[in-house]
Design a protein around this ligand. Structure first.
Ligand code: ADP
Length: 396
């Protein structure tokens, strides 16, 4: 089966054409600056190409993608009829969805209801589905949610200590994100451990970062919350802070709620503290050149990950494996080493040599042979999960 995986953002569209049974990727790419001018970065048949092409809306972007897949030097299929289903990444499924679903009118209306919880993402995701239905009317669409994997969290972990009516009336609770990645990575680790009641902690460290505690294949807690702002220090997001900071800033700097939200989401994190960049590579480089603020930034980033690992190890009543994934988790040996160092008392012993090894594989063990806890580097593959869920629902 050929599945087109779509991940629609407010001005972007990521895509992959893949075979879910084998995981083979026929083509992938990204449309950027939709609604501004339009840029396509595409990869197929081992070749990368870039072109500037007008994309006034997501509709033209999807049309450009379909044309790129079916014509010219980038052609990988003869006709769009060969695409059998479309899998959509959806950011927020609220409490409605604890697994992937075939998209119908009821699903779309629930996603619309959830827009207040994800005002930037869900409208783009809905638009992607509506346009796919218009252009490929006979093909099924499947929605795969970032939040679904975390719906197994117990109330004692997903509730906030605020008046209960706001949970009931306004859905104020922790939902968590990066669910497809936490599922994929924890499942790989679970297979490798091959034991009952496995206790796994996944550190998804990209621009957006979150940690997840997974017991016997089920998410029991995760660091992101009602929104992706909670938890770890990220590229431009603050992560956990005293909520009192918001009211303080609003008063001191005369900021509106929107300005504070923008400040905490776009101007904080690695960028805000280092004053250098949201890209960890640039902060590491500055640190190596003796920049003290950069050093503090990296120490903060690592301390917070460590804090979550220790807290989740307590909640899981032990830990069999710690997994690192995403841009930072897969590539930054410095961060993995700093996060794990000092945790030998918990049976977590990183092997410096294995940790520095750069060969890429599905799962790499970087702990010492004496380590009670396994430490894995597992490249995430959210698109594969989306394609497989799509395949399983459509063939059923
Ligand atoms: P996104 O959340 O945007 O998908 P990624 O998973 O691509 O993010 O991760 C981006 C982050 O990974 C950036 O902070 C980048 O600096 C970091 N990164 C990528 N490669 C390396 C590397 N070799 N060393 C350190 N950090 C890296």
């Amino acid at each position: 089966m050929l599945v087109l995986v779509l991940n629609a953002g407010s001005s972007s569209l990521k895509y992959q054409l893949m075979k879910p049974e084998s995981g083979e990727v026929l083509a992938s790419g990204l449309c950027e600056r939709i609604g501004i001018d339009g840029k396509l970065v595409h990869e197929s048949l081992g070749k990368k190409s870039k072109k500037e092409i007008d994309m006034p809306t997501h509709k033209e972007a999807i049309e450009v993608v379909l044309e790129t897949l079916t014509s010219g030097e980038t052609k990988v299929i003869d006709s769009i009829d060969e695409i059998e289903a479309i899998g959509h990444r959806v950011v927020h499924g609220g409490e409605y969805f604890n697994s992937s679903v075939i998209v119908d009118d009821d699903v779309i209306s629930k996603l619309k209801e959830l827009i207040p919880l994800a005002p930037l993402h869900n409208p783009a995701n809905i638009m992607g589905m509506e346009i796919a239905k218009e252009i490929l009317p006979t093909k099924p669409n499947v929605a795969v949610f970032d939040t679904a994997f975390h719906q197994t969290m117990p109330a004692s972990n997903y509730m906030y200590a605020v008046p209960y009516e706001d949970y009931k009336d306004h859905g104020v609770r922790k939902y968590g994100f990066h669910g497809t990645s936490h599922y994929y990575v924890s499942n790989k680790a679970k297979e490798a451990l091959n034991k009952d009641d496995s206790k796994i902690i996944v550190c998804h460290l990209g621009n957006g970062s979150s940690v997840c505690a997974v017991r016997d294949g089920k998410s029991i807690d995760t660091s992101m919350g009602l929104t992706p702002l909670e938890g770890l220090m990220m590229g431009t997001r603050s992560g956990d802070i005293d909520p009192g900071v918001m009211a303080y800033l609003m008063e001191k700097k005369n900021m509106s709620a929107e300005e504070v939200t923008n400040y905490l989401n776009k101007k904080s994190g690695l960028l805000g503290v280092s004053g250098i960049s949201s890209d960890l590579r640039e902060v590491i480089e500055a640190c190596e050149n003796g920049d003290e603020r950069a050093k503090t930034t990296i120490d903060m980033k690592c301390n917070r990950i460590k804090k979550y690992i220790c807290s989740y190890a307590g909640m899981l009543e032990g830990v069999d494996a710690i997994c690192f994934t995403a841009g930072i988790g897969e590539n930054a040996d410095l961060i993995r080493e700093k996060v794990c160092s000092g945790l030998e008392f918990m049976g977590i012993e990183v092997d410096t040599h294995k940790n520095k090894d750069r060969t890429s594989c599905d799962i790499k063990e970087i702990n010492k042979d004496t380590s009670k806890t396994k430490i894995f580097v597992i490249p995430t593959n959210e698109e594969l999960v989306i394609a497989q869920d799509t395949y399983n629902l459509v063939k059923a």
